[in-house]
Design a protein around this ligand. Structure first.
Ligand SMILES: [Zn+2]
Length: 186
């Protein structure tokens, strides 16, 4: 796996004339983007995703896409992530209760995350098929977010997120390395 690049949802894969749109990608203005977390496969010119299920346990660190947000909780689809043993973890659902969103008081879960956000979280318990998650530490929270109006990836500006396209401002419970990590190398 040395030297391979993992792309996160929304990351640019390449130009449409070189990279084919597949199940793990989408095309916008002739550019191909990742729609899931996956490994870039240069030979087949596409995004090859690798899903290998392992047990997610208390203390595991997971990445997920926010699927739905309510007043008191949010539901995430957990993405495959490399574990210490080199396998990818995958469990269908993650749930963050509003009390576990942040150390600071959070009135509504809608103030912490929005649908489509990419989140890094820690597993505090596993309840059947659902991992109970917390983002209540500086390193956990939203690591990539998209503008509600035009879906552009938002840039961090102090405590705010700013859209480079429409200049709209939004807020989230951010991880301290929001968008600093770039592409994750395996
Ligand atoms: Zn915008």
């Amino acid at each position: 796996m040395e030297g391979k690049t993992i792309l996160l949802p929304g990351d640019h894969v390449g130009p449409g004339e070189v990279y084919a749109e597949g199940a793990s990608t989408y095309t916008e203005k002739d550019e191909v983007y990742a729609s899931t977390m996956g490994v870039l496969d240069e030979e087949s010119r596409g995004l090859k995703t690798r899903f290998r299920k392992i047990q997610i346990e208390r203390g595991s660190i997971v990445y997920g896409v926010v699927l739905s947000v309510f007043e008191n909780f949010a539901i995430l689809g957990i993405l495959p992530e490399k574990s210490e043993e080199g396998k990818f973890a995958g469990i269908p659902d993650g749930k963050i209760l509003v009390k576990n969103a942040s150390k600071e008081y959070t009135r509504s879960m809608r103030d912490a995350v929005k649908v489509g956000d990419l989140v890094r979280a820690k597993v505090i318990d596993v309840d059947g098929d659902t991992a109970m998650l917390t983002t209540s530490y500086p390193e956990y929270g939203v690591i990539k977010a998209f503008c509600a109006r035009d879906k552009s990836p938002l840039d961090r500006q102090g405590k705010d997120l700013v859209c480079p396209l429409c200049k709209g401002r939004e807020r989230r419970k951010l991880a301290n390395d929001y968008r600093d990590f770039g592409k994750i190398n395996l």
